[in-house]
Write a protein that binds this ligand. Structure first.
Ligand code: SAM
Length: 197
């Protein structure tokens, strides 16, 4: 299978996007995040930069400085993790650099996604959508924001593209313009995998 583009339209700090990208590096050519919150986007950009040696080196230097100033265990552990990630990035097979970036947009608005993706299509969407405790739907969100986001994604999905949504159990994971291929539970989250009809 050709390397694919992975997109998270509600990426938050980009934590899950970065982890999926590290775990499936060889299957990917580009990783893109979006969030309505500009502060989250900045954070996602920093986390996504760790997918490249330069970003990882920048973070290593920051952590060395922090450790020298404060001597915290958390900084020592993070340095150890950075070394492991570096080993993983350098391990064979030697892959071309992965493009990884994030932008600010309301994921329920198709035009905003199209504009920022500038003609790109995405092969796989994975998103842990707002679940209402510390994280809420924002922006122009309609009364059915997940439905609106699935509508918006139809503008940028590649043919045969897949959309995986993780949501609270109370959210109805269905949309008339998608076939639901699978649904399962992980802890308190329900995950559904869709393909556009
Ligand atoms: C559950 S969090 C995602 C956490 C993320 N998976 C991570 O690894 O950090 C949901 C995110 O959706 C974002 N969000 C809320 N409404 C949105 C919208 N209309 N468009 C895009 N993002 C939105 C919130 O700002 C929040 O960062």
């Amino acid at each position: 299978m050709a390397p694919c583009t992975l997109f998270d339209p509600c990426c938050g700090a980009g934590y899950s996007l970065s982890v999926v990208a590290f775990l499936h590096r060889e299957a990917l050519q580009e990783v893109i995040g979006a969030d309505v919150d500009p502060v989250a986007v900045e954070c996602a950009q920093r986390n996504l930069s760790l997918l490249a040696l330069e970003g990882l080196e920048r973070r290593r230097v920051e952590l060395e400085t922090l450790l020298a100033h404060f001597g915290k265990t958390s900084h020592r552990e993070a340095l150890h993790s950075a070394a492991l990630l570096r080993e993983q990035l350098l391990a064979p097979p030697c892959l071309p650099p992965l493009a990884a970036w994030a932008f600010q947009a309301d994921a329920t608005r198709g035009e905003a996604l199209c504009e920022n993706l500038a003609g790109r299509t995405v092969d796989v969407v994975f998103s842990d959508v707002p679940y209402g405790q510390r994280s809420h739907w924002e922006g122009d969100a309609s009364s059915t924001p997940l439905h609106a986001m699935l509508d918006a994604l139809l503008n940028i999905l590649a043919p045969a593209g897949l959309v995986a949504i993780a949501a609270d159990k109370s959210v109805k994971l269905a949309h008339p313009r998608y076939r639901r291929l699978e649904q399962f539970q992980v802890g308190k989250r329900r995950i559904a995998i869709f393909q556009a009809l």
